[in-house]
Design a binder for this molecule. Sequence first.
Ligand code: ZN
Length: 277
Amino acid sequence: MQQPKIVFLGTGGDSAVVGKQLKASGGIIIQVDDSQFHLDPGPGALVRAAEYGINLRNNVAILCSHNHLNHCNDINAVIDAMSLRGLDIHGVLVANKTVINGNVVDGKEIEKSYLTEFHRKLMERVIALEAGKRVGINNIEIKATATKHSDPDCIGFRLLTPNFNMGYTSDTGYTRSLLEDFKDVDLLILNVQNPDDNSDEFHLCTHDAIKIINETKPKLAIVTHFGAKMVDADVLTQARFIQKETNVQTIAARDGMVINPISYSVNLRQKTLNLFK
Ligand SMILES: [Zn+2]
């Protein structure tokens, strides 16, 4: 069996960082057994995939949390690459309902989806998922989690695979539902846009991350989706601070970083054993 792998095609958060590509924004690739998932393909997804050796033709699914440019700008480009513009239609698009249908209130379109009608037809299945709902793809179970974000239907994801389970908070302010949704997850990826800005009700800051990690107790926490203030505050320093406050191994994602979630949990267990020698 091929080892599972998580590849960060980007770690940028706000427009200041993504706009200048101070950090990349191509999303996150998750490879488990023979399935490759592309999470939140933001601007530059094709370029970063090529740069970091990811073949997008192997995507079996695109998971898209919400209809904001930094999370779905390249959704059509990735579908085009996956399907060779329709020659080989395959794969599932799992997204929140704004990405699939736009935001329509009382028959009036408030927000258009980034997804074009043409590219929607190049996917084998298109599933609009709301928080609490599940879908199975190959041997992976995917559950949508709740968020508090300016796209009100924004979702996060919890993935249950045969070997490990992981969570992705997506863009969200701090809410108690996060503690339930990600309880006892092995690996938790948190979008921590700010170092210590509680005024931003729609994004996590370092202190929110500490509260979430302390409650959910993942084996490994990875912080990503960095905004300008987070970059200024130094993401490595912030990750170390989170680790010190939680006693949970925490790393700041880097563009192009590759993580094997299984070997990580093995390493962690060995480390814990050593402590008691
Ligand atoms: Zn957003």
